[in-house]
Design a protein around this ligand. Structure first.
Ligand code: NAD
Length: 257
């Protein structure tokens, strides 16, 4: 790597990414491995496909470790903490796991509301807290990258619990940055635009909504997991050491409209 790009290197770092088996989380795992990090993937299901993609990069000495956990259960946090400690010090935490439930606001059940808020908001906060406690204690800093959304800025349609949770993610990102910047812990977020993953499968199969969305994306296409790799590496690396509490949109220009 040319010397002036060394600031983006993740060599010697370990990154833990939630929701690592598919979609954006998988893309972030592959990006981090490519930038030199060891990667710990947390997911409800096997991350074998992610492990294979990382192995295909052919980076000598690179490790990928999988932790199976259901992060909708707050008790999973201690399990993740204990298992990840076996792989060494975690330096980078990416809170990526998230779900969306589409339903008219008038019909949303409390059960569905809680399931979205628990995973997308409560676990994001308490997993961040768990790692930050260690980082404050060992005084070696860390990086937290939360995955926000266009619905951190906008209201959305028929996804009120998701909007509530992702608006909270942007707020939590700022709140934690304010408290932890002094410990060299950078807390930032990425707000992906409309990306072609399982999360948007239903939206993309609704022809009318799909056309409405595509027609207002200046880039004229859905994003891909590859599209957020650069932002994810930047916010995990030394290149972003003085970036705190910011949510970086990677949205093909959606918010600029
Ligand atoms: P996805 O549905 O493909 O991936 C979601 C990931 O979260 C999967 O790995 C899944 O296993 C994991 N997950 C879900 N419930 C879990 C649980 N209880 N415990 C552990 N892991 C769980 O969707 P994606 O698009 O890759 O979504 C990743 C993140 O990006 C989410 O937070 C999502 O809200 C956000 N996002 C996606 C888009 C988009 O357009 N695709 C846009 C903005 C934000």
């Amino acid at each position: 790597m040319p010397k002036n790009l060394n600031m983006f290197s993740l060599e010697g770092k370990t990154a833990l990414v939630t929701g690592a088996n598919t979609g954006l989380g998988q893309g972030i795992c592959v990006a981090y491995a490519g930038a030199g990090a060891n990667v710990i993937g947390v997911a409800r299901r096997s991350c074998q496909e992610t492990a294979d993609k990382i192995a295909a990069l052919g980076i000598e000495g690179q490790h990928f470790t999988e932790i199976i956990a259901d992060l909708s259960d707050i008790n999973a946090i201690q399990h993740v903490l204990a298992e990840s400690a076996k792989a060494g010090r975690v330096d980078i935490l990416v809170n990526n796991a998230g779900i969306i439930k589409r339903c008219d606001a008038a019909d949303v059940s409390m059960e569905d509301w809680d399931s979205v808020i628990n995973l997308n908001e409560k676990t994001v906060f308490f997993l961040s807290q768990a790692f930050a406690k260690n980082w404050i204690a060992d005084n070696k800093g860390g990086k937290i990258i939360n995955i926000a959304s266009m619905l951190s800025y906008q209201g959305g349609i028929r996804v009120p619990s998701y909007t509530a949770s992702k608006s909270a993610v942007m707020g939590i990102t700022r709140a934690l940055a304010n408290e932890w910047a002094k410990y060299n812990i950078n807390v930032n977020a990425i707000a992906p635009g409309y990306m072609a993953t399982n999360n948007t499968q239903n939206l993309r199969s609704d022809e009318q909504r799909s056309d409405e969305i595509l027609s207002r994306i200046p880039a004229g296409r859905w994003g891909t997991p590859e599209d957020i790799m650069g932002a994810a590496i930047f916010l995990a690396s030394g290149a972003s050491d003085y970036v705190n509490g910011f949510t970086l949109a990677v949205d093909g220009g959606w918010l600029a409209r």
